[in-house]
Design a protein around this ligand. Structure first.
Ligand code: C5P
Length: 208
């Protein structure tokens, strides 16, 4: 049986960094499930298909190679926005959730991060974390990340995008983003990544 750490939370909350740190620390495999939605969105955009073409999206969800997904290719702002529109379709979610569950069963331990890991994908995970931070702090972090990578951005536009995406993710009918009943809440608004990692490690160590 694989030991799974389920991490959920909104965009730029720090959940991805935390997931990578925990995976490296415990020697667990990591899956950023947001990339699976982004991979489908990119396939649709590249093929010039409308994002609400369910049959094409399901086919894309079945056929992309999980081991080939790369955040640097899929990180683009437009792809995140398209991914959140793809993510409202239950038929697409069903295919991706099954592939994510398959990943969670491999190896000694896994870390999965996303929006519905603790509630839908791995409801029996022994550790569930829900990572949040204020929208303003998340927008600032994303802004500095983009500048740090040599890109250009406008903080107000990022904030507007974050608020719109939070709203769509939290209010969709199928698998809305919300903490599982047994999730530990981690508000990183005033925390460094190091402090968040230490808090998470204490929770995981207690469950191992
Ligand atoms: O986390 P990231 O920004 O890469 O996710 C892109 C979009 O994919 C999210 O806005 C959300 O709509 C969707 N998503 C989801 N369920 C997940 C992970 C991501 O619906 N488990």
């Amino acid at each position: 049986m694989s030991f799974t750490i389920a991490i959920d939370g909104p965009a730029a909350s720090g959940k991805g960094t935390l997931a990578r740190r925990l995976a490296a620390h415990y020697g667990f495999r990591h899956l950023d499930t947001g990339l699976t939605y982004r991979a489908v969105a990119k396939a649709m955009l590249d093929a010039g298909l409308p994002l609400d073409d369910e049959a094409a999206a399901v086919e894309a969800a079945r056929s992309f190679d999980i081991s080939e997904m790369r955040r640097d290719v899929l990180a683009e702002h437009g792809i995140g926005e398209a991914a959140s529109r793809i993510a409202v379709m239950p038929v697409v979610r069903r295919v991706l959730v099954e592939r994510q569950r398959e990943f969670s069963r491999t190896g000694a331990g896994t870390v999965l991060d996303g929006r519905d890991i603790g509630t839908v994908v791995c409801p029996d995970a022994p550790v569930k974390l829900f990572v949040t931070a204020s929208p303003e702090v998340r927008a600032r972090r994303r802004y500095h990340e983009i500048l740090g990578n040599g890109g250009k951005a406008e903080e107000q536009a990022i904030l507007a995008d974050i608020i719109r995406r939070d709203d769509r993710d939290a209010n969709r009918a199928d698998s809305p983003m919300r903490p599982a009943r047994d999730a530990h809440l981690l508000d990183t608004t005033e925390m460094t990544i190091e402090a968040a990692f230490r808090a998470a490690k204490t929770i995981v160590d207690a469950a191992l």
